[in-house]
Design a protein around this ligand. Structure first.
Ligand SMILES: NC(=O)c1ccc[n+]([C@@H]2O[C@H](COP(=O)([O-])OP(=O)(O)OC[C@H]3O[C@@H](n4cnc5c(N)ncnc54)[C@H](O)[C@@H]3O)[C@@H](O)[C@H]2O)c1
Length: 341
């Protein structure tokens, strides 16, 4: 038997709690640093080269195992169809998560992973911001106003409540409008500004987060102010000079960023323009205190996060436990009686 949880069920089981999600990420990166995770490389099903993903889409298989007291294996199977929002009125991404019991290795849960995926992506930024972002940050620039932008904002506001102005730039201005309309109600203390260019959003911003489907650089080095915290959560969205001019470059996981090959640092590495030694730290090293995060107010800090399936799994396990406790979801069976064994 396995438990099926819809997105509504996931929400009932604290799926939208950003503070919990950030705490999950802290535990996850601690376990990851200590070698208590297994992270096979992402496998991408696509219908062309890497760049075709921004037109045609792709589906990623992201298996993993989280050890320690979490002790769960599983996979996120996540699709991306960039024209879904405009052409079909559907989200770009949809995801299923399967959790497997560590004893039998049987599936014990199948749940919506779309919401968990967005929450953990925001939460990773939130965790990184705790170490890398100025405490008095007040202006946030969001480049891309899609689904991920919502959880990026949630995460930033939960660790840097000092943020009072959020500038939103999206190529599709209607998406900026819709984003602002929703978030204005959630954060009445914030001034939301619809930016008409990426440059006007980024100049003077303390935090810049790119979450677009673009495969071409958007953010230029000359726009970035001293002391800024820059997050590359989408693809190749920063010109290489931005990275060169940063005092510190931190990644969620070097191997995963390089293997996936789509973000700014990965593209630079492929072209021989960035070397492993230039990566100051992985996020886990900051979490365990092996390396210091921000040490000066004027440091420009670049954080690239490509995401790992284990991030989804740790949240999914918490959601599953809560569902068991509160008897939420629908039990389904693979068979009445196994045909062979
Ligand atoms: N790093 C991670 O762990 C992680 C996790 C989930 C999603 N992502 C990535 O984040 C990106 C955004 O995901 P989403 O779910 O918000 O998608 P979405 O389709 O909901 O939103 C993306 C937005 O980017 C805008 N955009 C595209 N090109 C742009 C440009 N040049 N300038 C400004 N805006 C532009 C689009 O108009 C769209 O509104 C995707 O590339 C996705 O693969 C990363």
């Amino acid at each position: 038997m396995f438990l099926y949880l819809s997105q509504e069920d996931v929400i009932k089981c604290d799926g939208l709690d950003m503070k919990m999600a950030i705490d999950d990420m802290r535990r996850l990166f601690l376990l990851h640093y200590n070698g208590a995770t297994i992270v096979p490389h992402k496998l991408s099903l696509r219908w062309g080269d890497l760049k075709s993903e921004s037109r045609i889409g792709r589906i990623n298989a992201m298996p993993g195992y989280v050890g320690g007291d979490v002790n769960v294996a599983g996979i996120k199977w996540v699709s991306s169809k960039p024209d879904n929002p405009l052409k079909r009125g559907l989200p770009r991404a949809s995801a299923l998560i399967i959790l497997n019991d560590p004893e039998t290795l049987f599936p014990v849960a199948v749940m919506d992973g779309t919401l968990i995926s967005a929450m953990r992506t925001g939460a990773v930024t939130g965790l990184a911001a705790m170490y890398l972002c100025r405490e008095d940050a007040s202006i946030l620039a969001l480049i891309g106003a899609g689904v991920q932008a919502h959880t990026q904002l949630m995460a930033v506001k939960s660790v840097r409540p000092s943020v009072r102005e959020v500038r939103v730039f999206d190529l599709n201005l209607a998406r900026s409008d819709a984003f602002i309309e929703t978030e204005r109600n959630n954060y009445p203390d914030v001034l939301f500004v619809k930016a008409l260019s990426a440059e006007t959003a980024v100049r003077d911003a303390d935090i810049v987060i790119t979450v677009t489907t673009s495969m071409e650089p958007i953010v230029k080095a000359s726009w970035v102010k001293e002391g800024a915290f820059l997050v590359n959560a989408g693809n190749y969205e920063y010109e290489p000079d931005v990275v060169y001019e940063c005092d510190k470059v931190i990644l969620d996981d070097w191997d995963e960023v390089v293997h996936r090959g789509i973000q700014t640092v990965a593209v630079m590495f492929k072209e021989g323009a960035f070397h492993r030694e230039r990566c100051y730290a992985e996020l886990g090293e900051l979490v365990v205190g092996e390396k210091k995060g921000r040490v000066a107010e004027n440091e420009k800090i670049f954080f690239g996060a490509v995401g790992m399936g284990v991030e989804d799994l740790i949240i999914a396990k918490r959601v599953f436990d809560k569902a068991l406790e509160n008897k939420i979801g629908v039990w389904l069976s693979l068979w009445d009686k196994p045909y062979w064994f």
